[in-house]
Design a protein around this ligand. Structure first.
Ligand code: MG
Length: 435
């Protein structure tokens, strides 16, 4: 039988070992951020799609947290500003368009997620779509914090006949233009093969991999071996290619042992492109080469939920509890503040619109720090949400927990909520206008 003293000592040792953080808790996490283009809220099995099969993403959701009120922006460029700068797009001036024919780019005063993590000692790599400026070398990802980049400078449709331009669509490797015309059939699998190679490296520093697929943005393309594999047609094949890619990434993380301390995030930049202009419906593009907003209304380009609410899955073993789903509000804006601080970096001195999600993700609280979200499509916000209530600039008011499809305008019934949210919206407009 143990003496009371010995029992006490064992108890102390037990307490000490409990208090001591494990290596995985003290080491800075690796970060893999996977960003799909124009993938809708309803396109994944774990978000309710009836025919597209996404076993790898479903598994990822089962191992982490699946968010059901996660916001990006209604278009490719504002979405990338929010994600990579942690700022509402109205604050960020690129001095011109950042697509083909445009001369704009991120000013030097902006600090990207890659720059902030690099400053904290991270290796950084980018694969895929940039869309934040290409006309000058200083605008390219390798001059915005990424050690390497292989990908397209903007959207995959910015080429004749869909977009009028004399500028060829080049595939870049760093600052070099390496392929034109681009073989879009193999873009997704090539990004994935490169991601696997990057993850197989013997990293002596924590790493940040930004894997920004061009798909499923129209024109949708995939490799031969994925064509015809989905009951949901070519669009389904493309989503299933991305799902296969996520599977390859996760297999590699497991094989290398990095997965124990790697935060993996999967999300999308905006909702499905259900309203493409006539110029897009040429050369094999069909109206149904687009995703689904699931139970939401709207699509890419609108501030209805289907335009801006996207799937988001976060996995970090030992830190984020497995098998969770949360309807708490969060946004791509919050990833900047969360990831920079998780990586031991410091936030820039200018205004950051994101919150640190870690206490929420780690289960210290079941409430997200995001209480208010402004919907930016252009320079000024066009809607605001606080709690379940969302006010559009035209004064329509919806209760999103009851009515996620925004069918029932409650403005007449709730004038006090309209007034409160209108004041918030006006306040943000003034702030952005610098008044
Ligand atoms: Mg997009």
């Amino acid at each position: 039988m143990l003496s009371p003293t010995l029992f006490f000592l064992i108890g102390l040792i037990g307490l000490a070992s409990l208090a001591k953080p494990t290596a995985a808790e003290t080491a800075l996490p690796n970060i893999v951020l996977i960003f799909a283009d124009d993938m809708g809220y309803g396109d994944l099995g774990c978000y309710g799609h009836p025919t597209i099969r996404t076993p790898n993403l479903d598994r990822l959701a089962g191992q982490g947290m699946r968010m059901t009120s996660f916001y990006s922006a209604p278009g490719c460029v504002p979405a990338r500003k929010q994600l990579l700068l942690g700022r509402y797009p109205g604050r960020v001036h690129t001095n011109g368009n950042t697509g083909v024919n445009g001369r704009g780019g991120l000013p030097d005063s902006e600090v990207t997620l890659a720059q902030a993590l690099k400053g904290a000692g991270y290796s950084t790599a980018m694969l895929g779509k940039w869309h934040l400026g290409y006309r000058e070398e200083r605008f390219l990802p390798v001059n915005k914090g990424f050690d390497s980049w292989f990908g397209l400078p903007y959207s995959n449709d910015m080429i004749p006949p869909w977009v009028k331009t004399e500028v060829p669509l080049w595939l870049y490797e760093g600052t070099e233009r390496v392929e034109h015309p681009v073989d879009q059939d193999t873009l997704t699998t090539r990004y994935t093969e490169r991601a696997v190679k990057f993850l197989e490296r013997d990293h002596d520093k924590p790493f940040f991999l930004y894997l920004a697929y061009n798909m499923p943005h129209m024109p949708v393309r995939t490799a031969d071996r994925f064509r015809g594999t989905s009951r949901a047609g070519l669009y389904g094949d493309v989503i299933q290619t991305i799902d296969w890619s996520v599977g390859e990434v996760m297999k590699t993380l497991k094989r290398t042992g990095y997965d124990k301390n790697t935060l993996v995030i999967f999300t999308s930049d905006n909702g499905p492109w259900l309203n493409p202009p006539a110029r897009m419906l040429q050369e094999g593009n069909l109206l149904w080469h687009a995703g689904s907003p699931g139970p939401l209304a709207g699509h890419k380009g609108t501030l209805l939920e289907g335009g801006v609410r996207v799937p988001c899955i976060l996995r970090w073993p030992g830190r984020i509890g497995a098998g969770q789903a949360s309807a708490e509000m969060a946004a791509t804006l919050d990833l900047f503040a969360t990831l920079v601080q998780a990586g031991g970096g410091s936030l820039p001195s200018h205004k950051i619109d994101g919150h640190d999600l870690r206490p929420f993700l780690f289960g210290d609280t079941n409430k997200s720090p995001r209480k208010v979200h402004y919907y930016f499509g252009s320079r000024m916000p066009g809607a605001v949400r606080e709690g379940p209530w969302k006010l559009h600039a035209d004064r329509r008011l919806f209760h999103l927990d009851i009515d996620p499809a925004e069918r029932f305008d409650r403005a007449e019934e709730k004038p006090e909520i309209v007034a409160k949210l209108k004041a918030k919206l006006d306040g943000m407009k003034k702030e952005i206008a610098g008044k």
